[in-house]
Write a protein that binds this ligand. Structure first.
Ligand code: 5GP
Length: 130
């Protein structure tokens, strides 16, 4: 059965898209830790990031770098933090989170819920710098 993230990458479930190519898809986390919090996924359905083939994992990190640089251009922050959890959605993904302080990437703090218009505007701003 397709994962929710596969359905997002296929356009069957809506998302705030940031970037895509034939192997990867990047979109805003629906409950972000910080404005601009983005998820990068491989189109290939694999649960655990470290089960990916070496080359796909390396290329995913390069794709994530391009996304991170675009987030940095759009969102005022000191740098982009990187995290891998995968405790909620069993489809490999990398979290990219704009950081101004260590606590900005604390997954135990309450997540943000931003209005649709603001999520759309953030995605558009990041996309334009990709
Ligand atoms: P993890 O699996 O890394 O523990 O957490 C999954 C992340 O995916 C969470 O930060 C959650 O907010 C996000 N997420 C879960 N379902 C959806 C969804 O349907 N759309 C989007 N954009 N993000 C989601």
């Amino acid at each position: 059965m397709a994962t929710i993230f596969s359905k997002i990458a296929a356009g069957e479930i809506p998302s705030y898209k940031i970037a895509e190519d034939d192997r990867f898809y990047a979109f805003l986390d629906i409950n972000p830790l910080a404005k601009g919090h983005t998820l990068v996924i491989p189109r290939q359905e694999t649960d655990y990031l470290f089960e990916l083939d070496d080359q796909l994992l390396a290329d995913m990190m390069v794709f994530s770098k391009k996304v991170a640089l675009a987030i940095e251009k759009a969102i005022p922050c000191k740098r982009i933090g990187v995290a891998v959890l995968g405790l909620e959605v069993p489809h490999a993904h990398i979290h990219l989170v704009p950081l101004n302080a260590e606590s900005d990437i604390s997954f135990s703090k309450p997540k943000l819920q931003l209005p649709n218009e603001e999520m759309g505007a953030i995605a558009e701003k990041i996309r334009s710098g990709f």
